[in-house]
Design a protein around this ligand. Sequence first.
Ligand SMILES: Nc1ncnc2c1ncn2[C@@H]1O[C@H](COP(=O)(O)OP(=O)(O)OP(=O)(O)O)[C@@H](O)[C@H]1O
Ligand SMILES: [Mg+2]
Length: 427
Amino acid sequence: MHDEYRVAIDIGTTKVCTIITRKRADHRVEVTGLSLVPCNGMSKGMVADSAAVTSATRESVESAAVDAGVEVSSVYAGLTGSHVESKNRWANVPRTDGMRAVTDRDLTAAKKAAGAIDLSDDRRLLHVIPRSYALDGLHGVRNPLGMHTGELHVESHVITGSVSKITELHNAVSDAGVRVSSMVVEPVATADAVLTADEREEGAVLIDVGGGTSDIAVYHDGAVAHTAVIPVGGYQFTNDLSIAFSIDFDSAEQLKVEHGTAAPELAGMKEDITLYPHTMEQSLTITKREVGQVLKERTSELFRMILLKLEEPHLADIPTDRIVFTGGGAKLEGFLNIAKFIFQRKVRLATPRGIDGMPEGTNDPAYSAAAGIALWGIRNLPKENHVGDRKSSYVFEETVIGISSSNGALSRIRGWLPKREKETAGA
Ligand SMILES: Nc1ncnc2c1ncn2[C@@H]1O[C@H](COP(=O)(O)OP(=O)(O)OP(=O)(O)O)[C@@H](O)[C@H]1O
Ligand SMILES: [Mg+2]
């Protein structure tokens, strides 16, 4: 029964998000537990403080598990950072018996052949995603199963990462007491949660603007054609405000979220904002337009970096006239206005789709990666059990909860407090 439950963890630069999902009999995927715990243990998508990541992961998993009424034993963990690299490559699939129908076995051999690349000791293969096949030189075949051919070639999107960066994240999550069953590269996972079938087919660029990274995935003909990670996200936007107005980071973050805009020309000239930064004795009054000027510059620079990442020869023939933004950083007011102007393409802001039962308030771009990791795992990885029955429960026990004094005599006040029973691991 439990093999239809999958648990996904997105360890972002600003938070750890755990989503527990269940695939129902009607094949829809529903959320049964969700939790978000702030975390400062990552920098630009990579582990900077493993103890902080472990502690936030433990808290987030436990809270989602209580929510879902299960015990979590294994998880899929999202992975990002500029150490993640990708390329498309063709491979010959070794076959015998001359002309014959393509079988499931050939497709497994195709994946193996596509992933047979020479990697240096510090690189690890993360994903081999077949894009198309060539049958006796006839290109562009998407599903060759059952078709007759002598030679079979496969074109795949191959993603690799740094062994040390992958191991650091793996260990930080396992130290929280859960087994990492697979690591899923975030740009491809997030695409599963936000792109429509039309966008994947006709061509679209997905950009997840997080706290410390902007993850890019380009789709066309139903498959991923390009992935890239830029080490810039909402953190840098806040940092710019902190430097420009000489205020502490937390005050700058509040200023950005409450009054920030990337399109200052749309803000009223005289819209004053009064700040009370922790580090200043006096208040500070600035205009929304001044705040917007700083944020507009950073937004434009990020978009120029994205354009550079899209200037790949193999993308020249791919229609990428739709850009789909997600991630908390893309919630900045005016973000889409500037995007439309700089990219000269259709743009939209996406929240997770294809998943039922997201709790109120979580239909938000910041949850796209976690939802995508779960969906990617369900669609692409072998069935496995991620949860067990929740054997632990909260019981109430009578205990001393205070002391009172009356007529000079001290007496104990007894009350009932929740106490967690010792856990026994679920099946
Ligand atoms: N309303 C808003 N306006 C502007 N920025 C916002 C808003 N809400 C959230 N953000 C920014 O979104 C960022 C966090 O987004 P998200 O939760 O997607 O990041 P993350 O997953 O933790 O990081 P990453 O994916 O880079 O590892 C923060 O920098 C935050 O300031
Ligand atoms: Mg993220």
